[in-house]
Design a protein around this ligand. Structure first.
Ligand SMILES: NC(=O)c1ccc[n+]([C@@H]2O[C@H](COP(=O)([O-])OP(=O)(O)OC[C@H]3O[C@@H](n4cnc5c(N)ncnc54)[C@H](OP(=O)(O)O)[C@@H]3O)[C@@H](O)[C@H]2O)c1
Length: 327
């Protein structure tokens, strides 16, 4: 579905929406990531007011999906910025899991985390609640010790949908999600996916699609794709270690081939478009503390897919690799 949105600046932006898996929530395909390297600019010293303006600008641009977490320190900003708009938006947040000695202690711990989020977000219910950055080793513990309390919170209406996010920086082969995808209690996954590591295409997304699990994409751009010097070093190092055949790449500008008249206008644009058009990827998060970037990124996420020749070249270069995360 495509909605057209007019923003105060006079720009007309076409905002696509999508149904988030079995939740049935209709959300914008572009979501605002309130964590990552930017944390709405907080990491680089933005004031609270400046970060609030980023969230409000996102709303003006037609974004209806906002992802935050206790660990990001941005829940209060999101709650404040979205005051008065609660019915128009879907809020996702997360809590890290700290193992405890008993299930009752774990239940208390997760319940008090959810209650703290409710206060900070100024809301009575959390739409999508994630277990945050779960490693494969912690998955069984989460299912046996944490999930029962989440189900109870959901039955009480405190949270609406139950989600899990992976520790993609360390789990670039999606070991945790490759188990979670067979369990029917998850409504939404947060998945690391980008043009340097599209491996979820083969190992996670076929089952999320068949089981109707909603997918939020993180790491679509991240550090490597937003900083040319990081990308160059990563490609040169991987090539020197024999992990990547870079003979067909311009090592000065490894992804420069994506930028041309019939393709993308920048590598960052290409990366957001790449993630957005992958079947099974529902919402693509963009994390930024920069209003110009936010406008560009919403536009990029709503542009058509990349040319098939570029997609084919990406498939042959990175389609079989799981070594990169984009960090
Ligand atoms: N395990 C987890 O649960 C987990 C882990 C990581 C992330 N997440 C979620 O996923 C979200 C998205 O990940 P991410 O924050 O890494 O987002 P991202 O959109 O993949 O990358 C953001 C990085 O790219 C830069 N950037 C954005 N737009 C740009 C542009 N047009 N030109 C140049 N640079 C640009 C940003 O810097 P500027 O601020 O300068 O724009 C920032 O450093 C997070 O915010 C968070 O909500 C979840």
């Amino acid at each position: 579905m495509t909605a057209t949105k007019f923003v105060a600046t006079g720009i007309v932006i076409h905002v696509d929406t999508v149904e988030l898996g079995k939740t049935g929530l209709q959300i914008s395909v572009a979501g605002l990531g309130c964590g990552g390297a930017s944390r709405l600019g907080q990491r680089l010293g933005a004031s609270t007011e400046e970060s609030i303006q980023i969230v409000r600008e996102a709303l003006d641009l037609g974004i209806t999906y906002f992802d935050t977490a206790q660990a990001y320190g941005t829940e209060e900003i999101v709650g404040h910025a979205l005051k008065g708009h609660r019915d128009e938006v879907v809020i996702s947040t997360k809590a890290n899991i700290v193992r405890t000695d008993s299930r009752s202690e774990q239940a208390k711990s997760i319940r008090s985390a959810v209650e703290a989020s409710l206060v900070k977000l100024q809301t009575e219910t959390i739409d999508v609640f994630h277990l945050h950055g779960i490693a494969d080793d912690d998955y069984d513990y989460c299912v046996s010790e944490v999930l029962p309390e989440l189900l109870s919170l959901r039955d009480q209406g405190v949270i609406r949908y139950i989600a899990i996010s992976e520790l993609f920086g360390k789990d670039s082969t999606h070991e945790m999600l490759q188990r979670a995808k067979f369990d029917d209690f998850w409504d939404v996954f947060m998945v690391g996916f980008n043009l340097l590591n599209p491996s979820a295409r083969l190992t996670v997304l076929p089952e999320t699609m068949s089981n109707n699990i909603g997918v939020e994409v993180m790491f679509a751009v991240r550090r490597a794709i937003s900083r040319p010097e990081v990308l160059r070093k990563m490609i040169v190092d991987a090539s020197a270690e024999g992990l990547l055949d870079a003979s067909a790449l311009d090592l000065e500008d490894p992804l420069g081939f994506l930028v041309h008249n019939a393709g993308a206008s920048s590598v960052v644009e290409a990366a957001y478009r790449f993630a957005r058009h992958e079947p099974g990827c529902d919402v693509v998060l963009t994390g930024t503390g920069n209003r110009e970037h936010l406008r560009e990124n919403v536009r990029s996420i709503n542009l058509p897919t990349l040319p098939e020749t570029d997609l084919e070249r990406l498939r042959s270069l990175f389609g079989q690799l799981t070594i990169f995360t984009g960090n």
